[in-house]
Design a binder for this molecule. Structure first.
Ligand code: PNS
Length: 174
């Protein structure tokens, strides 16, 4: 960006449980806009994710790890502390619908309060993915529906395997 020689690093944070084609769409747009984009997976075991942090790292690496300018990492604690550590000037978030707005608006302004030097940039994914969320994708696959075209293929395989070894309801057989 710009002719000043300044390199703009963006952090794209999220839970990514799992990554969807909507996330992928935002990453592709981010690559065009920023010099570097670090996909930062929140380590949030208390959210009881379907995929462990290690699995989410593996999946993200497989799906976007070879894209130039893209790196996959994980983080703990405050997002702005992590962004500062990485010398990122920008936080990227995707906005699908009005329903995303209120929460995103609060986070962006709280992050600005904590770190006025870091700018949140919102990007809209293709309308083809405007209804796609990790939550709904998991529910559909768990109940036997197809999410082809909505998540990357490696994700479909992993989810099928995961739900085949988990009875409906989500609890593991003991
Ligand atoms: O994919 P998600 O779950 O919508 O991502 C939410 C995320 C990871 C961006 C947000 O929960 C976050 O930044 N968590 C880190 C802790 C933090 O900085 N909290 C204050 C946010 S104002």
């Amino acid at each position: 960006m710009g002719g000043s020689g300044m390199q703009v690093t963006a952090v794209y944070p999220g839970t990514f449980d799992p990554i969807t084609n909507g996330h992928l769409d935002i990453i592709t747009r981010g690559v065009r806009l920023f010099d570097r984009i670090i996909i930062a997976i929140l380590n949030n075991p208390e959210k009881n994710p379907l995929f462990s942090l290690e699995e989410r790292m593996d999946i993200l690496q497989a799906v976007v790890g070879t894209l130039p300018k893209v790196r996959v990492e994980s983080f703990d604690g405050l997002l702005i502390d992590y962004a500062r550590e990485r010398r990122a000037q920008v936080i990227v978030r995707g906005l699908r619908a009005l329903s995303d707005f209120e929460y995103e608006y609060q986070m962006a302004l709280m992050n600005r309060k904590l770190a006025p030097d870091i700018e949140t940039v919102f990007m809209m994914p293709s309308e083809a993915y405007s209804y796609v969320s990790s939550q709904l994708v998991k529910e559909v696959v768990r109940l036997g529906g197809s999410v082809e075209g909505l998540v990357p293929l490696p994700v479909i395989d992993r989810m099928r395997t995961r739900y085949d070894s988990r009875p409906p309801g989500g609890k593991r057989r003991s």
